[in-house]
Write a protein that binds this ligand. Structure first.
Ligand SMILES: [Zn+2]
Ligand SMILES: [Zn+2]
Length: 800
């Protein structure tokens, strides 16, 4: 061997994680050249492999920079180093063609325009000045343009655009930030904009086919028109946010009466004028995912119609060059809400937008790059100091979620999710791939998209399930489809209880291991199918992934009219009060209250008969319906809700933070606890009696809403303490409480007042609350929990 080996060695560094298609090889090439190192880098089946000649402390320095200067979209999960026994001398540093077995299964989420690309589109001297489809390996479309694996230009909707010489050169140049950037484009060769007038009844005074489409679109919006704008994962509807009448007109045309509209702000400075942003919230806002961030409204000038009855507003920053260029034309935010008719999925094709939005938008800003997968805007807020996902889609999906310890031998699983806010989840190679939010399956186009997306992910991730998991609810379309499919593929089917899946979802993302101790799950939800054939939704569970026991529940209340009770909060007010105290007794005592006048016009005797005879009034322990009932008692959304959770959200908006802190503990509403065997039930009769007294004392809605929220946290705490004590749970041999974990999940935990205050209270009382952060606490996170439960059952069966 040459004597060089004394000072030099050859090392192989293997890097796994999200390292392909994110500019990792050019990054390594630049780093090696910068440090004067020789060797090569390539993609292979594990990830990225680097072979280097190293001496002295070069290895440490190289690894340090590798980990600290990682490209924005890359995520290193593991670095392995081996030394080659035989010294292999390199003359330079090269990017070697990929080896056979290159990972086909890496699709990164779509990413908002990076700083370097923003600089290019805003610098007049640059080739891509004003070009709305500029991107590079650090940013741009991914999931929203792919048809099939592997991720390559030919398998994306960029295939029809033949690269010009300039783009080709950049694509092939390892030192360029567009090296192997599949969606690379410029104004010479890439997609183009097209502006179309849609409105049949009016004509704009602005000539729409003259001038830059973005500038004309901006002029139209400034003139008070509503535009349909094709974004990254679907169409948006956009108009001036400052004009209340216009926002109301958009609501009328879109047939969406109350659900909040999001705002798009030009930059952080502008965003801060409209909402309160903590440092954490700003980081989220500016992240490559560029989600809608829910923050406290601070600008009183914003029209009420943007988020009727709510205290928060959803704000996002531009996520494509098109949005940057458009927003640069305005000194104020724009409404940027999904381009669809109420309850339908966001539209993605030019044709659909022109036909279905013809009566909604006045004009459409189209382009000729196809969106292959609908990817809605993600919605996140900061809760208890951490990010808390409300809707996981653009910018997040399909990034893998690790499985907790102990699941290393999990089989390949597909979990079908629930019915509302649907997602599905695939487990493969010790990772979970959760689909983007797909919506409510009861709408035919959504159910079709759900099935197509399963097919796409199956192909993208070369997935062959060994197990299929469904919710126990036999009527969920996801359950029916799952049953059909498992007969077809002849693979075992596992049914998972809805709230157990919520619990497992929270535990799993917190890293709670397969073999760790049992813990509690406090699941506060709308409705889900229970094991005893009743409808659950206010549950205290004890157990783990493989098994659970229901140890507590809210006392059942009738859902009068079945699904009608979900839409009409007054039904829940009647059912709660009739069940707890008797409506007539209340009415006799508090007949002056306006709520009784309202209720007197409802067919109460019929409902009473239905309740008594159990006709179309299934029993439910739902926490969501309790919120509806309390909101209705304050005449909030009493008649009808237009979207899930509306009444509860409006009730939460009335909470006063100062009053919350001031209210003494001993003056709060109380509940009663009843032991039924091993099950402790919560009865809210005492709460209702006091609440009506407060109403008759003319206490304000803010007071009662605040008192209810605070009372509920103490009622829940007492319930948990009583259950732990009665069942002697979580005791260590010494007898001291063992810092018992409590998974908090279910749709009601999207109520931030409830979540943050309950988490604090539980911590103060020696418990360890587990909060959902990366996955939604609502049904959007359920499929991940389902997959973990099925894996755990499978692993347990194998052990025994
Ligand atoms: Zn970029
Ligand atoms: Zn080009």
């Amino acid at each position: 061997m040459p004597h060089e080996t004394n000072s030099q060695k050859t090392s192989i560094i293997t890097i796994t994680g999200i390292v392909q298609g994110v500019g990792f090889r050019p990054f390594v090439w630049q780093l090696a050249n910068d440090m004067g190192l020789k060797g090569e880098v390539l993609n292979n089946g594990q990830g990225v492999q680097i072979i280097l000649n190293l001496k002295g402390d070069e290895q440490g320095k190289f690894l340090n920079r590798l980990e600290t200067e990682t490209p924005p979209l890359a995520k290193i999960t593991k670095i392995e180093i081996t030394e080659v026994p035989q010294f292999q001398k390199f003359q330079s540093f090269k990017i070697r063609p990929s080896e056979q077995g290159e990972m086909k299964t890496q699709i990164s989420p779509d990413a908002a325009t990076c700083k370097a690309c923003i600089k290019e589109i805003t610098s007049p001297k640059e080739h891509r000045y004003n070009y709305p489809f500029t991107n590079c390996t650090h940013c741009g479309p991914r999931l929203s343009i792919i048809y099939e694996a592997p991720y390559d230009r030919a398998t994306t909707s960029m295939a029809p655009f033949k690269m010009c010489d300039k783009c080709q050169k950049e694509y092939e140049d390892p030192s360029d930030r567009r090296f192997h950037a599949q969606p690379i484009a410029c104004s010479t060769c890439g997609p183009e904009l097209e502006l179309k007038w849609l409105c049949q009844t009016t004509q704009p005074s602005i000539l729409i086919n003259q001038g830059e489409p973005i500038k004309v679109a901006a002029d139209l919006i400034k003139a008070g028109f509503i535009g349909a704008i094709k974004g990254l994962g679907g169409f948006h509807l956009s108009c001036l946010a400052s004009e209340g009448k216009l926002v109301e007109e958009l609501r009328r045309r879109k047939k969406r009466s109350n659900k909040a509209f999001a705002l798009m702000c030009r930059d952080c400075a502008q965003a801060k004028n409209y909402g309160f942003f903590s440092t954490e919230a700003l980081t989220l806002l500016e992240s490559p995912a560029a989600p809608i961030v829910l923050v406290e409204k601070t600008c009183q000038k914003l029209p009420k119609a943007i988020a009727p009855g709510l205290h928060e507003v959803g704000i996002m920053l531009p996520n494509t060059p098109l949005h940057h260029l458009l927003l640069a034309e305005f000194d104020e935010p724009l409404i940027m809400t999904s381009g669809n008719l109420s309850n339908m999925p966001q539209l993605i094709t030019n044709e659909e937008a022109q036909t279905e939005l013809a009566n909604v938008a006045d004009f459409a800003l189209l382009n000729n790059r196809l969106i292959t997968n609908r990817v809605d805007d993600s919605v996140v807020r900061i809760s208890h100091g951490k990010s808390s996902m409300l809707r996981r889609a653009r910018g997040y999906a399909p990034a893998p979620i690790p499985l907790p310890k102990g699941f290393e031998k999990a089989p390949d699983i597909i979990a079908c999710g629930a019915e509302l806010k649907s997602t599905f989840c695939m487990v493969k190679n010790q990772e979970a791939i959760l689909s983007q939010h797909l919506g409510d399956l009861e709408h035919v186009p959504t159910f079709e998209a759900y099935q197509n997306t399963i097919a796409l992910y199956t192909d993208l991730f070369e997935f062959q399930p060994e197990l299929r998991v469904i919710d126990e609810h036999p009527e969920y379309l996801s359950s029916k489809l799952g049953m059909e499919q498992s007969v077809k593929d002849q693979i075992p089917l596992v049914k998972v209880q809805h709230h157990h899946a919520h619990m497992a979802s929270a535990l799993g993302e917190s890293g709670h291991g397969f073999n760790e101790e049992n813990c509690l799950g406090l699941i506060l939800d709308g409705i889900g199918f229970g094991e005893d054939q009743t409808i659950w939704g206010g549950e205290l569970l004890y157990g783990n992934y493989a098994e659970f026991k229901r140890i507590g529940a809210f006392e059942e209340v009738a859902l009068l009219g079945g699904s009608a009770a979900v839409k009409e909060p007054w039904r829940n007010l009647f059912a709660h009060c009739e069940g707890a105290i008797g409506w007539e007794a209340l009415q006799n005592k508090f007949s002056d209250l306006p709520v009784f006048k309202y209720m007197s016009e409802k067919p109460l005797p019929t409902l009473r008969t239905m309740m008594k005879k159990g006709i179309n009034s299934p029993l439910s322990s739902s926490c969501g319906r309790l919120f509806d009932a309390v909101a209705a008692s304050l005449e909030i959304s009493i008649d009808q809700v237009t979207y899930e959770g509306e009444a509860a959200m409006q009730l939460e908006a009335l909470v006063s933070k100062d009053l919350y802190l001031e209210l003494p503990e001993d003056e709060l509403y109380k509940a009663e606890y009843k032991c039924e065997g091993q099950l402790i039930k919560v009865n809210f009769a005492p709460l209702w009696k006091e609440l009506f007294k407060d109403l008759s004392k003319k206490k304000s809605k803010n007071f009662i809403a605040t008192k209810f929220h605070k009372s509920l946290t103490y009622i829940l705490l007492d319930w948990i303490k009583l259950s732990v004590h009665t069942l002697n749970l979580g005791k260590k041999p010494s007898g001291s409480d063992s810092n018992l974990k409590i998974a908090l999940s279910g749709g009601c935990f999207q109520n931030n007042t409830l979540l943050e205050n309950l988490a604090l209270l539980l911590e103060k009382n020696g418990f360890k609350p587990i909060i959902q952060t990366e996955l939604p606490a609502n049904d959007g996170g359920i499929s991940y929990g389902q997959a973990l439960i099925a894996a755990a059952k499978h692993l347990t069966a194998k052990q025994t």
